[in-house]
Structures are given as structure tokens and as C-alpha cells.
Write a protein that binds this ligand. Structure first.
Ligand SMILES: [Zn+2]
Length: 271
């Protein structure tokens, strides 16, 4: 009998883990008998729910028109909370409180409650919206990326995924325990225009979109990297060493790999 990848319990293992959430369209990348029911329930409620509603993944899910589990068109409300809650700052001064709704004809509308933003657009002061990556957003995105990456690794080799080498990322994914934020590297690739290839046929509109892609990269310097792509965003984390040497940039020679991170001091000063 295997122990749970994340909490080392003996189960039960009745439910089947979706490595990437079903709400992103995954129905075949599954992990059986490795993540206990209680860890699965925890991830669904505490990590994925946040990621699917309050991070750039939430934006992409709407922009790309990935239907909800109930078959509805996606929409997302990216308003920040009015007050800070919890250990990690949840607001960013440059973030725009807007939402997005995907429509059946493939269009996406922007939902704005903030009158100042409406006026800024009206008078030409604003033509873009910013998404502020708060420490809370980075924290949850990092835990999500660790979870998905570790489960992929476990699918590939469960002994390796359960080895001491990955103890820190397992703890971070499941319990959020780490001295600060797990560093996330990021690059952008392609353009919005390329993502939404809208073709027509005799039936009407036909749209092809790539929802997400992922890969595990085993480097010679012994880093195990996880790359997750959605839309034009590419996120990279190192699963076995949170602080990989800059050599990992060489893995992506055509892209500018940036670290998105706040030190403990930075976020204390910002909040
Ligand atoms: Zn467990």
C-alpha cells in the first residue's frame, strides 16, 4: 500500500485526483492511489478555488472560453478584497478591479464597477488594465504549480516524487509552509491574436484554442523544473531546489525569463 504523496497517510484513496483541475478542461490527466481523499479535498477547496478565481489563470480561463464543469461560459471577478486578510498581502496598488465574461460568440466583455476606471477610459487616460501580482497571488500560484508538478512527477516515478529531495515543495504545496514565497520564473510568448484563431465554416463560427500545456524538465545540473503555460503566460518553478542557479535561463534561450517574487521585507514594506 502506498502512502499519500503529500501527507504520508495510508489513505483512504477513494477519489481520483485530477492533476490539472477539471475546470481547466482536464479529463484524462489523472493520478490514482497516490493522493489521499483529504489532500484532494484540501487542494480543491483551498488552492485550486483561489487559483481558478483570482490569478492570471482565472483570466486565461475566461479569455480562452474554457467552459465550467456545468458547461457554462466562464466569467471571472478579479476585484481585490477591500481589506488585507491573512499573512500575505492580498492587495496591490496598481491592480485594476475588473472582471471578464466570455460570450457564446467568442467575444469577451470587461466588467467594471469602478467609476474612476470608467472615466479614465472615457477620457482617454486608460487603455490597458493591470493585474497586480500580490504576495498572496504568488503564494497560491506557487503552491498550485508545486502541486501539479509533483503530481506529474509522481505519475512518472512515484518513488522519486516521494523522496527527500522534494520534501520542501510537498510541504509548500500542501501546507503552505516555507520561509516566504517559492520563487516563480515567468516569460511571455506569442500574442493574444495568435491564441484565438477564429475560423468559419458552413456551421458558423469555429474557434480553436490551446487551453494549457505543461512539461517537466530534468536538467543536467539536477534541477527538476515544471513549466506550465496558459495563454501567453509561461510559469516555471524548480521542484527540488527553490533557488535554482541562473543557469536555468539557458533552458529558455529565446525567452526573457524573469523572477516574480517579493522578499519578506518588500512585502512588509508594501503592506
Ligand atoms: Zn494526503
Amino acid at each position: 500500500m502506498e502512502k499519500c504523496l503529500f501527507c504520508q497517510s495510508m489513505g483512504p484513496f477513494n477519489t481520483i485526483e485530477h492533476i490539472i483541475p477539471e475546470s481547466l478542461g482536464n479529463d484524462d490527466l489523472l493520478l490514482r492511489g497516490q493522493v489521499c481523499d483529504s489532500c484532494q479535498a484540501y487542494f480543491g477547496k483551498e488552492v485550486e478555488q483561489f487559483v481558478l478565481n483570482k490569478t492570471p489563470i482565472a483570466f486565461w480561463r475566461t479569455f480562452l472560453g474554457i467552459k465550467t464543469k456545468k458547461g457554462k461560459n466562464p466569467s471571472v471577478n478579479l476585484n481585490q478584497p477591500k481589506i488585507q486578510k491573512g499573512v500575505f498581502p492580498t492587495t496591490h496598488p496598481k491592480h485594476d478591479n475588473v472582471g471578464y465574461t466570455y460570450h457564446e460568440d467568442g467575444s469577451v466583455s470587461i466588467d467594471i464597477d469602478d467609476l474612476k476606471i470608467v472615466n479614465d477610459i472615457k477620457f482617454g487616460a486608460k487603455s490597458k488594465f493591470s493585474f497586480g501580482m500580490t504576495p498572496k497571488v504568488l503564494h497560491m500560484l506557487g503552491r498550485f504549480l508545486c502541486k501539479v508538478g509533483l503530481e506529474l512527477l509522481c505519475l512518472n516515478d512515484s518513488n522519486q516524487a516521494k523522496s527527500d529531495e522534494f520534501q520542501a515543495s510537498r510541504q509548500y504545496a500542501r501546507f503552505g509552509e516555507f520561509k516566504g514565497l517559492w520563487p516563480i520564473f515567468h516569460f511571455t510568448n506569442g500574442s493574444l491574436r495568435e491564441l484565438r484563431r477564429i475560423n468559419t465554416d458552413e456551421e458558423g463560427l469555429l474557434e480553436e484554442v490551446d487551453c494549457y500545456s505543461y512539461s517537466l524538465l530534468f536538467l543536467k545540473q539536477d534541477y527538476v523544473l515544471f513549466l506550465f503555460t496558459m495563454g501567453t503566460d509561461n510559469w516555471v518553478i524548480s521542484l527540488n531546489d527553490p533557488y535554482p542557479k541562473p543557469a536555468i535561463r539557458d533552458v529558455f534561450p529565446n525567452n526573457q525569463l524573469n523572477l516574480i517574487w517579493y522578499s519578506n521585507e518588500e512585502w512588509k514594506n508594501a503592506s
